[in-house]
Ligand binder design. Structure first.
Ligand SMILES: NC(=O)c1ccc[n+]([C@@H]2O[C@H](COP(=O)([O-])OP(=O)(O)OC[C@H]3O[C@@H](n4cnc5c(N)ncnc54)[C@H](O)[C@@H]3O)[C@@H](O)[C@H]2O)c1
Length: 316
């Protein structure tokens, strides 16, 4: 049966792709976003232009923490709005308190007051902090976040448990692992590397490139989100990674190969708040969500670089 889904952060990277996939399959999407300028709002507006072409899409420009003012009756909430980014949380911690803590609480209260049974919400691989045991499993006990961003995401998982326990709301938390792909975020490494490699400018490589990340392609993540919406489990947390680690340096090599250019690498120390490695154990998501990440780094980077060139050639 077709559902009406409230997607918060609908003009954001993951929110846009999730909304589009839901609209494509015939669900109704009510999108909320405040279109803030943490990164260029023009990119958010371009994503929205695509969503607004669908008749089954309705958009509200709102701050989630100010209360949800919409007319539609909602079946499921997919809560993706947040102040993202680890490094910015050292500069502007209050933005995280506002959007991630108060914002998420406001969404949970909205569900409680409107008898919405199911919430899917974004958590992050950053909740694993500098855990030594890899690959990371959802069952690991976690209480050592190393950034305020990570702490807010972990706190969201705790809030979700409370709202499930007290009010019986179905809660699925998704720990995303470095999601990349077309329409990606300008503050993330792949975007910055691609931009500089195309413009023949040096790139900043932190921890001398000795960082490992479980890079996950956007389409794979979206399939996990849609499956979570459809299953509507009572209370679960899932890793949505690719389940493979990649050295940052290899990722950069691959971008350079795709662009057909090599640039100078400024090797710099590890940045405060950054974790050394991420690596998802995806066994649980494979089993309960039928999640099968299938996009290779080569294919994913190829698609990203292609999108980047087309978008920035046509729009600027
Ligand atoms: N992209 C990743 O690799 C990644 C990894 C782990 C977790 N996440 C989480 O996934 C979610 C989506 O991330 P994304 O990469 O799409 O980020 P994004 O910044 O592109 O999207 C978030 C959107 O939410 C909106 N927003 C922020 N605060 C808001 C508020 N107070 N009220 C209304 N709208 C608000 C922003 O304008 C933005 O469009 C976030 O919760 C993020 O923390 C992302």
């Amino acid at each position: 049966m077709k559902k009406t889904i409230l997607v918060t952060g609908a003009a954001g990277f993951i929110g846009f792709h999730t909304s589009k996939a839901l609209l494509d399959r015939g669900d109704k999407v009510v999108g909320i976003d405040n279109l803030n300028s943490y990164y260029d709002p023009k990119l958010k507006l371009s994503r929205l232009d695509i969503l607004k072409k669908y008749r089954n899409f309705k958009f509200y420009k709102q701050n989630i923490e100010d209360g949800i003012k919409i007319k539609e009756k909602i079946d499921v909430i997919c809560h993706l709005a947040a102040q993202a980014g680890v490094r910015y949380s050292l500069e502007n911690p209050f933005e995280y308190e506002k959007s991630n803590m108060l914002g998420t609480l406001t969404i949970f209260e909205f569900a409680r007051n409107n008898k919405i049974k199911t919430i899917i919400y974004a958590s992050s691989s950053s909740v694993y902090g500098n855990e030594k045991k890899v690959p990371f499993k959802e069952s690991q006990k976690l209480d050592s976040p190393i950034s305020l961003y990570a702490a807010t995401k972990k706190a969201n998982e705790l809030y979700a448990y409370v709202y499930h326990h007290l009010f019986g709301i179905n809660m699925t938390g998704l720990r995303f692992f470095t999601v990349y792909g077309p329409w990606g975020r300008p503050d993330m490494a792949i975007f910055k590397f691609t931009k500089n490699i195309i413009e023949n400018k040096p790139i900043d490589v932190y921890n001398n490139g000795k960082m490992k990340r479980d890079f996950t392609y956007i389409d794979d993540v979206v399939s996990g989100i849609l499956s979570s919406i459809d299953k509507g489990y009572a209370f679960e947390i899932f890793n949505l990674g690719r389940g493979k680690q990649e050295e940052l340096i290899n990722f950069i090599d691959e971008i350079e190969r795709n662009v057909g250019n090599k640039v100078k690498r400024n090797l710099l120390p590890l940045q405060a708040g950054d974790v050394l490695e991420t690596f998802a154990d995806t066994t649980k998501a494979r089993k309960l969500l039928n999640y099968k990440p299938k996009t290779s780094i080569n294919e994913g980077i190829k698609n990203f670089v292609k999108w980047y060139k087309e978008y920035y050639q046509n729009n600027f």
